[in-house]
Design a protein. Structure first.
Length: 467
């Protein structure tokens, strides 16, 4: 049996190819499917089956394109109400692939249609070898229960408790656990960074599996859920019908500097995907910086929405292509174009550049000391709530970056404002959004809260009012 995990770091997404006797199965494919076709060719196997563990909400799946290119059948939980050609999977469903046996477990909870796939390598043993848990069971966590239009979070959390204790925990401790997401995904809130675990390890260490009472489980799973990006429900609907092939997307047009100026004057969006340092040194006024280096697509989807038609600004044509691919992975497909010649062309056209000052944590600390003497420096923390509650700068106000989709923070726009996150990626996004919203005196704190702690500067965990 051949088993391969593919991990897409920018979406914290894991997909799988499993094969036996020349026949392959792909589970939870990403939007761009070439990696599976290449792996199948290299291993001399043919992709004949595609499983979706559920209707993914954080990315657009490539199941429809992969099926069209290979002739494979698609399998998905019966409750998905999928409209593409598929085989509806229920409890007890078995698929024999060479000497490998796949058994499906219906495990509603994260979503009503969620399934897990128990794999036995019968060449070695008829006993289960591994379980692909989708978003039902993560390493250190379980799936969030608020991604359904049919059921509320409490109802789904109850289903999840039953699925975990009635089905997954009935497996032997030595069964390997391979989930569909890892640390950084918004489909859970406490995932570990490893890529594989065992049922026994999760039984002992996963906080959610330590909760013995169904009522307490529901209470904890529905409290303090991370913000659900608006595009999550949209992606689930795209996956219900199946996305079009990436090759069907039209060619991205070049946009001249003068045209981009007009787009911005009319309220359009310029999305600068260059590294934060480059953006800070000089950028198109009013542009939004979401660097390709981090969870680019997730933040673009959460903050701009799938209906956005940004003009991309990048340092190379390769970066433009990469940005477009990553946006398409979450369903943001209708980019207006890209700035021909990049930031250099903008400058050469005689158009003004904006800059973003940056300061160290030591400079910020000194400025906060001066504030007590009337300096007026404000501090904005844009991390998520668990990060804030674990410790923050005493003088800071809090407005998580997720909230910027709704509105900027309600703080003085004229006083100096230092913005920080954990390490600097999110704060640069926030600074660009604040500048776009008219804040005149914004600075980014390099290194973020990590650098603040490393400098052994004082922190607090006292509650504070949001900005």
């Amino acid at each position: 049996m051949h088993f391969e995990q593919f991990y897409l770091g920018c979406l914290a997404h894991a997909s799988y190819l499993v094969a036996s006797d020349g026949e392959a199965v792909v589970v939870d494919p990403q939007r761009d499917v070439e990696i599976y076709l290449k792996a199948a060719e290299e291993n001399h196997v043919a992709i004949r089956h595609i499983f979706e563990t559920h209707l993914h909400a954080d990315f657009v799946s490539g199941h429809r394109e992969l099926a069209a290119r290979t002739g494979a059948r698609i399998y998905i939980g019966a409750q998905a109400e999928a409209t593409f050609p598929h085989i509806a999977v229920q409890d007890g469903f078995h698929l024999q692939v060479g000497k490998m046996r796949i058994m499906a477990l219906e495990t509603p909870g994260h979503t009503p249609e969620s399934i897990c796939l128990v794999i036995a390598d019968e060449e070695k043993s008829p006993a289960p070898w591994a379980v692909l848990t989708g978003d039902t069971l993560f390493l250190g966590d379980v799936g969030r229960p608020d991604l359904s239009k049919r059921y509320n979070a409490a109802q789904l959390a109850g289903m999840l408790y039953d699925s975990l204790h009635g089905k997954l925990l009935a497996l032997s401790d030595d069964v390997l656990v391979y989930p569909a997401h890892g640390a950084g995904s918004l489909c859970g809130r406490n995932m570990r960074a490893e890529r594989v675990s065992t049922i026994g390890t999760e039984r002992l260490t996963n906080y959610a599996l330590q909760i013995r009472s169904r009522g307490e489980f529901v209470k904890q799973l529905t409290s303090n859920l991370p913000t659900r990006p608006e595009y999550f429900l949209q992606d689930a609907e795209i996956n219900r019908t199946g996305a079009a092939a990436l090759s069907d997307l039209p060619v991205l047009p070049a946009v001249e500097p003068a045209e981009l100026k007009t787009v911005l004057e009319e309220g359009g969006i310029a999305l600068d995907v260059r590294p934060g340092e480059q953006f800070a040194a000089g950028h198109v006024p009013g542009s939004v910086n979401i660097a390709l280096s981090g969870q680019f697509a997730s933040w673009a989807g959460a903050l701009l929405g799938l209906a956005a038609r940004p003009v991309l600004i990048a340092e190379s044509q390769e970066a433009v292509s990469e940005a477009r691919m990553r946006l398409a992975r979450i369903g943001l497909e209708d980019a207006r174009g890209y700035l021909q010649g990049g930031i250099e062309a903008w400058s050469q056209a005689g158009l003004p550049l904006a800059t973003l000052p940056q300061i160290s944590v030591e400079v910020l600390s000194d400025a906060l000391g001066d504030r007590l003497r009337g300096n007026g420096m404000q501090v904005l923390d844009v991390r998520r709530e668990p990060e804030w509650e674990a410790g923050h700068i005493a003088e800071a106000c809090w407005w998580p970056l997720d909230n910027f989709r709704v509105a900027p923070p309600e703080i003085d726009r004229n006083l100096p404002l230092a913005v920080h996150c954990k390490g600097g990626y999110r704060s640069m996004i926030a600074c660009s959004l604040l500048q776009r919203a008219g804040f005149q005196n914004v600075v980014n704190v390099t290194g973020g809260f990590d650098a603040w702690q490393q400098a052994k500067l004082p922190t607090t965990s006292e509650k504070s009012v949001e900005a």
